[in-house]
Design a protein around this ligand. Structure first.
Ligand code: PLP
Length: 430
C-alpha cells in the first residue's frame, strides 16, 4: 500500500464501526482515514459494505486512470496470473521490454530522441530513488580522474512531493514529512518552486541533478511556468547536471498529453522522467525513463529490485499505456477536463468568501480554498463525493481519466450542495 501524504478526512477512531475497530488493532496507525470500508468499485464509483455508492474523484490519488474494476484490466490481470506472475530479474520475459518500448517510442514520437532506456520499480518512490542513484553515479562519472567527486548535489523545490524513502524524502522540502526523520541524506537543497532568480545560484558545477515536478500534485496543483523549466534545462546543460522530471502524479495522460512536460516547448525536455501511479491502473509499478546518454553511466549490478518489472505489472502496463496513449483518449481527457474545470468554476464563483481559485490542466485540477478545506472534503463525502486535499488549502480533483458527463454533472451538483452547507456554517459562526 502506498503511504499517502493527505487523507480524505481526519481520523475518527472513536466512531469506527466494530469491523474497522477490530482491524485497527493490527494496522500501523499512520493513515488518517474516514470510517468507510470499501468492498468494490465500478468505473468512477466506489461501494461501501452497506452498498452505499460514492463518486470517486480521488481515483486512488491519480492512480485508477481507467476507473475501478475495468473489465479490460481485469481480463489482462487474470490472464497473466494464469500464465506467469513473477520470475525475478534473474530471467527475461516479454512484457517489461514491451512496456519499455511503448514508453520510449511513445515519448519519442512527441519529442524525438528524449528517452532510450527504462528501469522498472514497484512504486513512485522507488522510481525516484533509481533516478537519484543514477544522478549520483552520473556526477561521479563526470568527475572521473578527480580524487573525490564533489558533483553530488541535488536541487529540488518547495511544495514538491517525491516520496518517503530516505532519498526521496531528502528531496521533499515539506517539513512535516522530513523533520521526524532527520538527519536525511546529505547533499540536497531546496529552492522556491517556479522562482527563476534562484536557478543560476543554486545549480552549480557541484550539482549532479535537479529534480522537479513540472506540475505539482501534493503541493496543491501548482503548474511550473515555461520560463522556469527552460531556465532549469539551460542551467543543467551549462553545469552538466541531469534534469529529472517527477511525473508520477501529473504524467501519463492526466493533463491530456502523454507527459505533462509535453505542454512545454522542446527546450524544456528532461534527461530523466519518473512515472508510477496510473501505469498499471493500481497494480504496483514505477518506471524511470532516461536518455541513452544518462543511462550509460549505470553498469551491471549497480541497481536492481526483486519485484520491479515483473510479468504481471508490466503486462498490465502494456494494456494501460496502449489505451491511454491514443489521440482520441488524450483529446477526451482535455475535453472532459475543461468541462469539469468550467463546471467547478461556475459553482465556485458564487462563493468568493470560501474559494480563491480553480486551476489545473486536463484532469489535474485544484480548487484553492481560503481556509483549510478538510471540513469541505467531509461535507462532500457525506453527500457521496470523494475528494483529497493537497497543499495547505487546496482540494485536488483527480477523477479517473474515463470520467463522463453524467459523473461531472453529479460531482459539480454535490460540490455546490457542500459549498452551500459550508457557507451556512460560515454565516452561522460569524
Ligand atoms: C509527484 C509524486 N512523486 C512521488 C510520489 C511517491 O510515489 P509512491 O507513493 O508510489 O511511492 C508521489 C505520491 O504521491 C507523487 O505524487
Amino acid at each position: 500500500m502506498t503511504v499517502q501524504p493527505s487523507s480524505t478526512a481526519a481520523a475518527e477512531t472513536s466512531v469506527l464501526p466494530a469491523s474497522l475497530r477490530a482491524h485497527a488493532k493490527y494496522l500501523l496507525n499512520v493513515y488518517a482515514r474516514p470510517p468507510l470500508m470499501f468492498t468494490h468499485g465500478e468505473g468512477c464509483y466506489l461501494y461501501e459494505e452497506s452498498g452505499r455508492r460514492y463518486l470517486d474523484f480521488t481515483a486512488g490519488i491519480a492512480v485508477n486512470a481507467l476507473g475501478h474494476a475495468d473489465p479490460g484490466v481485469a481480463e489482462v490481470v487474470a490472464q497473466q496470473a494464469r500464465e506467469l506472475v513473477h520470475t525475478s530479474n534473474l530471467y527475461h520475459h516479454p512484457h517489461s521490454g514491451h512496456l519499455a518500448e511503448m514508453l520510449v517510442e511513445g515519448s519519442n514520437a512527441v519529442r524525438p530522441g528524449t528517452f532510450g532506456k527504462v528501469f522498472f520499480s514497484n512504486s513512485g518512490t522507488e522510481a525516484n530513488e533509481a533516478a537519484l542513484k543514477l544522478a549520483r553515479k552520473w556526477g561521479k562519472t563526470q568527475s572521473a580522474g578527480k580524487k573525490t567527486s564533489t558533483k553530488t548535489g541535488v536541487v529540488a523545490f518547495s511544495g514538491a512531493f517525491h516520496g518517503r524513502s530516505m532519498g526521496a524524502l531528502s528531496a521533499t522540502a515539506t517539513e512535516k514529512y522530513r523533520l521526524p526523520f532527520e538527519p536525511l541524506v546529505p547533499g540536497f537543497r531546496h529552492e522556491t518552486f517556479d522562482d527563476i532568480k534562484a536557478v543560476n545560484k543554486a545549480i552549480t558545477e557541484d550539482t549532479c541533478a535537479v529534480l522537479v515536478e513540472p506540475m505539482q500534485g501534493e503541493g496543491g496543483i501548482n503548474i511550473a511556468s515555461e520560463p522556469f523549466l527552460r531556465a532549469l534545462r539551460k542551467r543543467c546543460d551549462e553545469v552538466n547536471a541531469l534534469l529529472i522530471y517527477d511525473e508520477i502524479q501529473c504524467g501519463l495522460g492526466r493533463t491530456g498529453k502523454l507527459w505533462a512536460h509535453h505542454h512545454y516547448a522542446d527546450d524544456c525536455v528532461p534527461d530523466v522522467l519518473t512515472s508510477a501511479k496510473p501505469l498499471a491502473n493500481g497494480i504496483p509499478i514505477g518506471a524511470m525513463l532516461t536518455s541513452d546518454r544518462a543511462a550509460s553511466c549505470l553498469g551491471l549490478g549497480e541497481h536492481g529490485t526483486t519485484f520491479g518489472g515483473a510479468p504481471l505489472p508490466t503486462r498490465v502496463g502494456v494494456h494501460v499505456v496502449g489505451r491511454i496513449n491514443t489521440p482520441e483518449f488524450l483529446d477526451n481527457v482535455t475535453r472532459v477536463g475543461n468541462q469539469l474545470r468550467k463546471g467547478l468554476e461556475d459553482v465556485c464563483v458564487a462563493f468568493p468568501e470560501l474559494v480563491a481559485e480553480v486551476r489545473g490542466v486536463g484532469l489535474l485540477i485544484g480548487v484553492e480554498f481560503r481556509q483549510d478545506p478538510s471540513r469541505f472534503v467531509k461535507l462532500c463525502m457525506e453527500r457521496g463525493l470523494l475528494l483529497v486535499a493537497a497543499g495547505r488549502q487546496t482540494v485536488r480533483v483527480v477523477p479517473p481519466l474515463t470520467v463522463g458527463e453524467t459523473e461531472i454533472a453529479e460531482g459539480t451538483r454535490i460540490w455546490r450542495e457542500a459549498l452551500e452547507a459550508l457557507d451556512k456554517e460560515r454565516v452561522a459562526s460569524a
